[in-house]
Design a protein around this ligand. Structure first.
Ligand SMILES: [Zn+2]
Length: 492
């Protein structure tokens, strides 16, 4: 039997506000001592009262607007009751039936991938958004002596610095059909949120976290199969690999006529497997009820409209503009707008240098190759837009050849030195002096009479050979265009 894969995602995004969700504690505790960014409110002391952070509500509504959601005119907070040592109050302030945003969608472009059951390559998948709500983050547990076994720690330490950081949860409809689609969706969502500037979206630091619900059903069936929920996927690669693994695990169970158990599973990246964590709590186990310490909120149409007007340019619009304003191909524009920092980098170069295609070729070719090899992001690289533009100008002036430029690029990537300095230090310069080239050309013609004759009898290949000889004698430093011109002139 053939099965259809059904995937829905839950993404948690820590907002980059100055203070926490319900108290005045700073959120800038990264690298600081545990439990030093806390107060009676975020430690859940009896008698302390929460006050909602207006900025966080604004950021959540912005995310909703960017995802085409409807922003609620009436919304409230609820208590979600469960017991876990990383949560000081033994309940979490979250939202239940009246989230800030409902509905919406994100379209993802699946370039070069075939939709199952159709031969055509490249398709668009619309992923529905169920809701976007706001809650508070929990503290952080560190398990000591865990030795890789879940639940096998000797003891655990708890740090409440993170407790109470505003956390947005984005839930998708079960519209995703493949691990590739899931990966592309999460990449696009992260890109949108980075453009909004409401979170640093650092997956490794946990400020952008993804859980997936996966089930299989017989092809053509409308009913959903039993799902498992996979947690702890902290990179795009992990999302894809975990889903591939989980789909295969469920498929084997179903083929063997066994039951898929509804449970939470943990992605173990080191061993490339998902492992059972706990059987899934039913929704009513949380005993949701309206948070009595916070008043419900009314978001006026005017407030929402004003917020809409403050939205920055988002990735889809930016991509379109890159095609129209810079004359780039859709493919190039897609890659250059795939992250905010990449798009910003490109635009800073384009303001200083007016051949967008050349900038794009360098960013996507040589630059990306070095970034991938060193696992760096473009903004972490020592090569700033100033470096790249200076390099392009040196090529334009004929001071260095394209081949030399690649070597110079490698050195500036490693050392951060400006290309002009590297060229000077290494004594690099392309021979663009006609007289100097002419002398070498004469020498080559004298030594390669056979090739000269061959060229005379119509063999164009011979010209390439002669150019090669000149380049060899000049150790690659002659301007190839000039060599070509001078050779042709002499031969005719
Ligand atoms: Zn606090």
């Amino acid at each position: 039997m053939n099965y259809e894969v059904v995937i829905g995602l839950e993404i948690h995004v820590e907002l980059d506000t100055v203070s926490k969700m319900f108290c005045g504690c700073s959120t800038k505790f990264f690298g600081e001592k545990p439990n030093t960014f806390t107060c009676p409110v975020c430690l859940g002391m009896p008698g302390s009262l929460p006050v909602a952070n207006e900025k966080a509500i604004e950021c959540t509504a912005k995310i909703g607007l960017a995802l085409n959601s409807k922003i609620a005119s009436f919304t409230k907070f609820d208590r979600k009751n469960y017991f876990y040592p990383d949560m000081p109050k033994d309940y979490q302030i979250s939202q239940y039936d009246l989230p800030i945003c409902e509905g919406g969608y994100v379209d993802i472009e699946m370039e070069g991938l075939a939709l199952e059951g159709s031969g055509s390559r490249g398709y668009t998948r619309r992923v529905g958004i169920t809701r976007v709500h706001l809650e508070e983050d929990t503290g952080k547990l560190t398990h000591i002596g865990e030795s890789g076994r879940i639940g096998g720690a000797d003891y655990s330490l708890v740090d409440f610095n993170r407790a109470g950081v505003p956390l947005v949860e984005i839930v998708t409809e079960p519209d995703i059909r493949t691990p590739d689609e899931a990966k592309i969706f999460v990449q696009k969502l992260k890109n949108i949120i980075e453009h909004l500037g409401v979170s640093d979206c650092d997956m490794e630091e946990g400020s952008f976290r993804c859980d997936a619900n996966i089930s299989l059903r017989p092809m053509g069936s409308k009913e959903l199969g039993t799902k498992s929920e996979v947690k702890n996927m902290n990179s795009f690669r992990a999302i894809q690999r975990a889903l591939v693994y989980e789909i295969e695990r469920q498929r084997e169970l179903l083929r063997a006529d066994e039951r898929v158990i509804q449970e939470t599973r943990h992605w173990d990246a080191a061993n490339n497997v998902t492992m059972s964590l706990r059987s899934k709590e039913e929704a009513h186990d949380y005993r949701y009820f309206p948070e009595p310490d916070l008043v419900p909120m009314e978001l006026s149409g005017e407030w929402i409209e004003d917020l809409k007007n403050t939205l920055p340019e988002l990735p889809d619009a930016r991509k379109k503009r890159f095609v129209e304003a810079y004359g780039l191909s859709v493919y190039d524009a897609e890659l250059l707008t795939s992250s905010k920092t990449m798009g910003d980098y490109f635009e800073e170069c384009a303001r200083a240098y007016n051949d967008a295609k050349k900038i794009s070729n360098w960013i996507m070719g040589e630059f990306s190759m070095h970034l991938n090899a060193t696992n760096l992001k473009i903004e972490e690289s020592a090569v700033t837009p100033k470096h790249l533009v200076q390099l392009l100008r040196l090529i334009d002036k004929g001071q260095i050849s394209g081949k030399m430029a690649k070597d110079v690029f490698k050195e500036m990537f490693e050392s951060g030195k400006l290309p002009k300095i590297i060229v000077e230090e290494r004594g690099l310069s392309q021979i663009s002096d006609e007289d100097a080239i002419e002398k070498i050309v004469d020498m080559v013609l004298e030594e390669n009479k056979k090739a000269v004759e061959e060229y005379g009898s119509g063999k164009d290949r011979a010209l390439g050979f002669l150019v090669g000889q000149v380049m060899r004698l000049t150790k690659g430093s002659a301007n190839p265009q000039l060599v070509n011109e001078i050779l042709r002139k002499k031969l005719t």
